[in-house]
Design a protein around this ligand. Sequence first.
Ligand SMILES: Nc1ncnc2c1ncn2[C@@H]1O[C@H](COP(=O)(O)OP(=O)(O)O)[C@@H](O)[C@H]1O
Ligand SMILES: [Mg+2]
Length: 380
Amino acid sequence: MDKRYDHKAGLLLVDDEDGFRTAIAKRLTKRGFDPIQASNGEECLEIIARESIEVVVLDVKMPGISGIDTLKAIKQAYPKIQVILLTGNVAVSDGIEGIKSGAFDYLTKPVEIDHLVNKINQAYEMIRHEEEKQEQIEYRSKLEKKMIDTERLVSLGILSTGIAHEINNPLAIINESAGYMKQIISAPEMTKFSQKKALQLGIEKIEKSVKRAGKITQQLLGHVKQKESEFCEVDLKALFYETLGLLKKDLDDKQITIHWEIDKNKNVLWSDPYQIRQIIMNLLNNAVHAVKKNGVIVLSSRETDYDIIFEIKDNGMGIPKENLGKIFDPFFTTKSFDEGTGLGLFVVHKLVSDLNGEIMVDSDLNKGTCFKITLPKGFK
Ligand SMILES: Nc1ncnc2c1ncn2[C@@H]1O[C@H](COP(=O)(O)OP(=O)(O)O)[C@@H](O)[C@H]1O
Ligand SMILES: [Mg+2]
């Protein structure tokens, strides 16, 4: 039986007087306990290190390590164990010192068995109570962390799309002006202008940077619905084909093989194709980037009663453990300035949760990565 629910397991009885100890042990056994016995402090500590002990009934007066020192050693190494001290009736001060050192309580000898049984039961109750408290604390902190994470992503999302909107206008103006300047500088009378080359280079840099900034705002705004999103029948396989078509050049350059593991007729859902296309695009983009020449990408889908589950799996470089917690953060990228914005997965995360789905990632360094998306089928 699971020790946790067995109220009377893990009891240790420590006393150097053999006769007294065995008599008490016998009585406790009659009342349903199964006490382990030790005749001194050292033995007691040895047993605790070996067995899973929850409650110790400990004699204070023993040769060798004293009861109080044994108690201190127990509480230091195993704070969850509850210790009931047995003291001589003239040595009340021992009991008080024991309480100060963390004992659950003390009883004076001669011990009345019912009294002892009561104390032991109370000690077990205390342990269960502490455990429940601990579990609640852990549960709450887990929940809080999850809430903080989602909240952080949501508010970052709102902020960044706001900024993206604001930046798009000046970007367009810069781009237009750069184009205008380019036009002027390529006019025939400009051939005489000695700084022409430098100016041209400058304009090219402006255009390149505008392009990158545009890529960022475009990705950030990519998940903002252009119009009220329209749900319709979405064929996943068709969307995969469409997206692969857009990536044809990269797939050809790297000679990437695509494996299909798509359940026939089990890839249709009632959802927003625009958003799902964006999800697939961003994930495929990453997979293509992650694999070496001749890499393999596996696309799979299956269904459960309520959901469609699809996976995009690559045999690429994998994601280091320390990065797994960050990949969905906006602007987290391990790619170069030209290659990455760090927004792809942030947007994917946002879209998937907007569609009431779930995303999971499983990655092995140098072996590959698998993103698993679960979306509600949406059909009744
Ligand atoms: N399939 C993958 N294999 C390996 N690493 C990946 C994969 N997908 C994402 N990553 C890691 O997550 C980071 C963030 O991805 P993403 O948000 O799409 O931004 P970006 O692709 O612009 O860097 C990438 O820079 C990369 O380090
Ligand atoms: Mg990406």
